[in-house]
Design a protein around this ligand. Structure first.
Ligand code: RUQ
Ligand code: CUA
Length: 652
């Protein structure tokens, strides 16, 4: 009963927010015409489906998300943390948060961004400009990131459980997460490009390439000039997912938004807005059409072999601009300012989501060979363009021929049938729309279980909604986002769970639990690369990290080696002089699962995680004379509070 009431409240609030969002888009000028142009039929349809949408979920539907105490979820979700800079691991269908994986952020619990091991990973592939900036600013690393798109590595069109990759739009970086330890193992900065946004992976034969879209145009060295914005370009980057080195870049026109790759290993795609090359919203949305850029991977590789590139800041860059009439790219015109780009799991289609247009443009991948061969025109590859509702942003799939598109302005999820949309485009009288379901509110990304693989199983769909307002207890002016779980296993979508989240999940991957097999503890052999520097230093100092209890002085450098075994550090006290540079190495020699220790040094901004069998280290200046306690901040034992020691700093 209360469900129905809140839905009714929801409806009036929904329409208010919808108007606000639409008028917000209204400043986009020409763009809004496409939105306001939603036909009466369309509106009637929306109203009709809104009426049946959100009927109180049945008890059975609610059961769909209940995972009892001690029971395990069926799927992992790799959820982006947006401007929090991290990746969050969740379980489905419970939507419980399992873990946070720090990436482009600094993390108080684990010491990510503070330990020597994490700083090495974070800074290893900075550009010289970034290093100079950090030095001038007194920063150890970039303290923030904007992580939008986490995606897992593929082999033959499905997840292989090895890595996840994600972008940092704020500081132009791409990371890799090693799924055996669930830690970030590589971060690279992308030179030449600006606003690394869309990030997708090669699916076949494997990953392969990691494709990263540069969203913003800027003068590319040797091509554009600062004085003339008409010479500014965006840059598309392909990274080798194994070595994390940049394989090549392509110079393109328009701001690259989202992307995807096919299931055949031949083409990749990027939606593109701002074909106008403008610097303001009005200018960016002036044209009726923008485009999707298609990249021919074999042609690009041949171009690299043939030397048809410029070396720009150490990267091989090919010319794929529209006016260059390049053999590497094709520009498919689509309605103004497209956004999401999604390959269907049958490998046949790429969906280009309209955003300012109420349509999704369906590209038939099998026609691309002919397009590149010049046998057909750009728009000939389009086989459907169904009108779905206001603000289509992203599309997911159930593997049964249906697509699910988020409608940002309508605050709905629309389910539609792909083959029916193709028939309708040919002129047949069929309505591809199956159902519209209200979501709360303003959805951005959505994702279905295994939906970006050839094993799409059509069980669950998650809608990542940007606004939550009255959906949860008021949390103050800053509201959480609202992630909603939808059961799509039947004919109708059924909303089964609401879940608040902190800033700001953009995207997620939903992966069958069997595909990912993280380790239970660190492995001293396999993971030795993590503490390689510590190991080398220890060798020079004649220390075995796993048995260490030693303080080594070399001039004003002091190295403190200790082990952690519940409930004690092997070094209970050490003494240094004010001004010494101190490095503390802690090795957790526990062999059992779930026995993490920590090392927090009071008054020094230091806390680090040391998992079972892991070594962690941190370097700092002992600038404060006196007694400073260090303690284990990870609850590990009945005598956890006693797991402590003292650093004594003698004044100068
Ligand atoms: S984008 S809400 Cu950064 Cu993935 Cu579409
Ligand atoms: Cu070790 Cu708490």
């Amino acid at each position: 009963m209360s469900d129905i009431k809140s839905e009714q409240h929801g409806l009036s609030r929904r329409s208010f927010l919808g108007t606000a969002a639409a008028s917000g888009a209204g400043i986009a000028g020409a763009g809004i015409l496409g939105l306001a142009g939603c036909s009466p039929k369309e509106e009637g349809q929306a109203a009709a489906s809104a009426a049946k949408a959100d009927s109180p979920a049945s008890a059975a539907a609610h059961d769909a998300s209940v995972v009892g105490p001690g029971e395990l979820d069926q799927y992992y979700g790799f959820l982006s943390g947006g401007q929090s800079g991290e990746v969050r691991l969740i379980g489905l269908p419970s939507m419980r948060e399992l873990m946070r994986i720090p990436v482009f952020n600094m993390d108080s619990a684990t010491g990510w961004g503070r330990t020597n091991e994490s700083l090495k990973i974070i800074n290893a592939h900075n550009t010289a400009e970034t290093n100079a900036f950090l030095k001038a600013s007194g920063l150890r690393c970039m303290p923030n990131g904007d992580l939008h798109h986490p995606h897992l590595s593929f082999t033959d069109g499905t997840y292989d459980g090895r890595y996840a990759y994600a972008n940092d739009k704020a500081n132009n970086r791409v990371c890799r997460i090693n799924l055996s330890i669930m830690k970030t193992d590589r971060i690279i900065e992308i030179p030449n490009a600006s606003g690394i946004h869309g990030l997708r992976l090669q699916r076949y034969p494997k990953t392969g390439y990691v494709f990263a879209n540069g969203e913003h145009i800027k003068p590319v060295s040797g091509v554009g000039s600062l004085a003339d914005e008409k010479t500014w370009n965006a840059v598309y980057t392909a990274i080798d997912g194994e070595t994390m080195e940049i394989a090549w870049q392509v110079l393109v026109d328009g701001n690259l938004d989202n992307g995807d790759a096919d299931y055949q290993g031949k083409y990749s795609f990027a939606t593109c807005y701002n074909s106008e090359r403008a610097l303001t919203v009005q200018g960016m949305t002036a044209n009726e059409q923008d485009w999707c850029v298609v990249f021919d991977l074999a042609a690009i590789e041949a171009g690299i072999k043939a030397g048809d590139f410029k070396e720009v800041n150490g990267v091989k860059m090919l010319d794929g601009r529209a006016e260059a009439n390049s053999k590497y790219t094709r520009y498919i015109p689509v309605p103004n300012s497209p956004h999401g780009c999604n390959a269907s799991p049958d490998g046949k289609y790429i969906m280009l989501n309209g955003k300012l247009s109420p349509t999704v443009t369906v590209v038939d991948v099998s026609k691309l060979d002919d397009l590149f061969a010049g046998k057909i025109k750009e728009r000939d590859v389009v086989v459907a363009e169904p009108q779905l509702g206001l603000g289509p942003l992203h599309t997911a799939f159930d593997g049964r021929g249906n697509a699910y598109t988020t409608l940002f302005i309508d605050s709905q999820m629309v389910k539609w049938n792909i083959e029916d949309a193709i028939k309708a485009y040919k002129g047949e009288k069929v309505d591809p729309i199956r159902q519209k379901l209200d979501v709360h509110y303003q959805p951005g990304h959505n994702h279905s279980t295994m939906g970006e693989t050839k094993e799409a199983d059509g069980k669950y769909l998650v809608s990542l909604n940007k606004f939550s307002k009255d959906r949860f207890l008021n949390a103050g002016p800053l509201k959480p986002e609202c992630d909603q779980l939808i059961d799509i296993s039947g004919d109708e979508m059924v909303l089964v769970h609401d879940n608040p989240t902190f800033a700001e999940p953009h995207d997620l991957c939903l992966v069958a639990a069997s595909k990912v097999n993280p380790s239970k503890t660190w492995d001293r052999q396999r993971d030795a690369w993590w503490w390689q520097d510590a190991e080398e230093q220890a060798k020079k100092d004649g220390v075995d990290l796993t048995k260490a209890a030693k303080v080594v002085r070399e001039g004003n450098k002091v190295r403190v080696y200790m082990t952690a075994v519940a409930p004690a550090f092997s070094v209970p006290q050490f003494e240094v002089n004010q001004g010494d540079e101190v490095t503390v190495y802690v090795t957790n020699v526990e062999t059992i699962e779930d026995l993490t220790h920590g090392f927090t040094l009071e008054g020094h901004g230091i806390a680090m995680e040391i998992g079972p069998q892991q070594t962690s280290s941190v370097t700092f200046i002992a600038a404060r004379p006196g007694v400073h306690w260090y303690y284990c901040q990870w609850f590990c034992h009945a005598l956890h509070m006693e797991m402590a020691g003292q650093m004594i700093v003698k004044p100068k």
